[in-house]
Design a protein around this ligand. Structure first.
Ligand code: ADP
Length: 467
């Protein structure tokens, strides 16, 4: 069943139920909380007593008294009087037997029905005839014996019902119309939301369905959440796609990077096995090639291990106090030896005093080596490699600088992402995770890593660690 039909049914049923409930509850509550005589009861009550009297052969005190006494016993709040046509009391249940002139009686009746709204006594006069003479039954009761609230409709002709029904219909239809208007607008907004959810497409090149709902109510909030969610899902999906394509590229680069040195190694090993070399010098150079390729493959395998460790979030720190100055100096000496004979100038700048830090020394060494290897591999054209260590009381910085080709500005924001490489098509240079590892190591030490690069001028990586 559609929501609109449901609403209609609900409104019709609830209106009928509320009318019935109103009728029953007002009568019931009226009986309990609004005790007393209703105005419309008094005339029939008087008439019933007159009917009893009319059955008597004569309307004298003897015949009237038991009837009025009986009526008084049943309705003690009412004073009953039987009057003749001269206004003389034939019997009075109050025992006062007054004499009324026509004027007195007229005055008693004069204020009716206005007197029902005041605290004055209420009187009802009922007339009957016997032997050509008129007799009257006069009922008097205090206002306190009447109901304290009564509502009446007087309908003389069926056509006059309209005067009642039209205002009633108008009064009832207003909340109906307002409820339907409210519901229709809510329904429309829900349908819009539904349609947008159905059309939600996470492909980044498909058009986005943006919901415009400025209202501050719950549906407005849901619409805004939907817009944010759709954007987030799309951007995450794009990230996943990019990650996936980088991963595929990584695998193809990796297989190429492993096969190339293997082929060289096989060739060299075969030459050594068959003794097909000129002299001892050639033998040494072939062995050196095998050694180099082995180191390269070892490094690749190390990086692959790093990928799986990063995937498993397995970067647990083994913290201890270490002398960072000593570590930097030791690594600088290592690289001095590696660069020995080359054209790259090594510039080392460390403070004289020792800098002690609470850190995982092998990991920090690893990060520094990654930066130095990159500076040599990608920045060798600048023929400069700088290593600097500084401390300012709050933090310690390890800076690696080169003056090579650098990293173009459009790549700098992504350079610390996993598998990101400036020249992603080229294989044989790395897997694109060295800098991601540097970043992870820095963050794990509550520090960070920053890059500033002006291509062919200077490229600076700075690992900043808190003291
Ligand atoms: P890998 O070196 O294994 O490719 P990295 O994460 O270490 O991965 O480096 C990512 C990319 O950043 C490299 O492919 C390279 O293009 C660029 N890069 C890193 N360091 C430098 C540098 N000093 N100079 C120029 N480019 C660099």
């Amino acid at each position: 069943m559609k929501l609109r039909t449901k609403l209609w049914l609900l409104l019709v049923v609830s209106t009928a139920a509320s009318m019935i409930l109103f009728g029953f509850s007002s009568v019931w509550i009226g009986k309990v909380a609004n005790k007393g005589y209703a105005l419309f009861q008094l005339n029939p009550l008087a008439q019933s007593v007159v009917d009893l009297v009319e059955q008597q052969p004569v309307f004298g005190p003897d015949t009237v008294k038991p009837i009025l006494d009986q009526a008084h016993a049943e309705h003690p709040a009412i004073r009953w009087m039987w009057l003749d046509d001269q206004g003389r009391s034939i019997y009075d249940t109050a025992g006062l037997n007054p004499v009324y002139s026509f004027k007195d009686l007229a005055m008693l009746m004069q204020q009716l029905p206005k007197s029902y709204l005041t605290d004055a006594d209420v009187h009802v006069l009922t007339q009957t005839d016997k032997d050509g003479k008129s007799y009257f039954l006069l009922l008097s009761l205090p206002a306190s014996a009447m109901k304290q609230g009564e509502v009446y409709f007087l309908i003389r002709k069926i056509s006059s019902l309209l005067t009642l029904t039209i205002p009633l219909i108008l009064a009832f239809s207003l909340p109906f119309l307002l409820a339907i208007w409210l519901f229709s607008s809510i329904n429309r907004r829900i349908r819009k939301l539904n349609r947008a959810l159905n059309q939600l497409n996470i492909q980044h090149d498909s058009p986005t369905v943006t919901l415009i709902d400025a209202s501050k109510d719950e549906l407005g909030q849901i619409s805004r959440h939907y817009n944010e969610m759709a954007l987030r899902i799309r951007s995450q999906f794009t990230e996943i796609q990019q990650f996936e394509s980088k991963r595929k590229l990584l695998l193809s680069n990796l297989s190429h990077d492993l096969r190339t040195p293997l082929t060289t190694m096989l060739g060299c090993a075969e030459m050594i096995r068959t003794g097909n070399y000129k002299d001892q010098h050639e033998l040494q150079s072939r062995a050196k090639i095998i050694l180099q390729r082995c180191r390269y493959m070892d490094k690749l395998l190390d990086q692959m291990l790093d990928i799986s460790r990063l995937d498993a979030d397995d970067l647990t720190l083994r913290l201890a106090h270490h002398n960072l100055s000593e570590i930097v100096r030791k690594i600088a000496v290592e690289y001095f030896m590696i660069l020995d004979g080359g054209q790259v100038v090594l510039d080392v700048d460390t403070p004289d005093e020792d800098i002690h830090l609470y850190m995982d020394a092998p990991l920090i060494e690893r990060a520094l080596r990654n930066l130095l290897d990159n500076a040599i591999r990608y920045g060798k054209d600048g023929r400069y490699l700088g290593i600097r260590l500084t401390a300012d009381g709050q933090s310690v910085s390890v800076i690696v600088k080169d003056k090579g080709k650098g990293i173009p500005p459009e790549h700098q924001a992504h350079i610390f992402e996993r598998f990101y490489r400036v020249d992603s098509g080229r294989s044989g240079e790395g897997l694109g995770i060295g800098l991601a590892i540097v970043k992870d190591i820095s963050l794990a030490h509550q520090g960070n890593v920053e890059l500033s690069s002006t291509p062919n001028v200077e490229t600076v990586f700075r690992i900043k660690l808190p003291c």
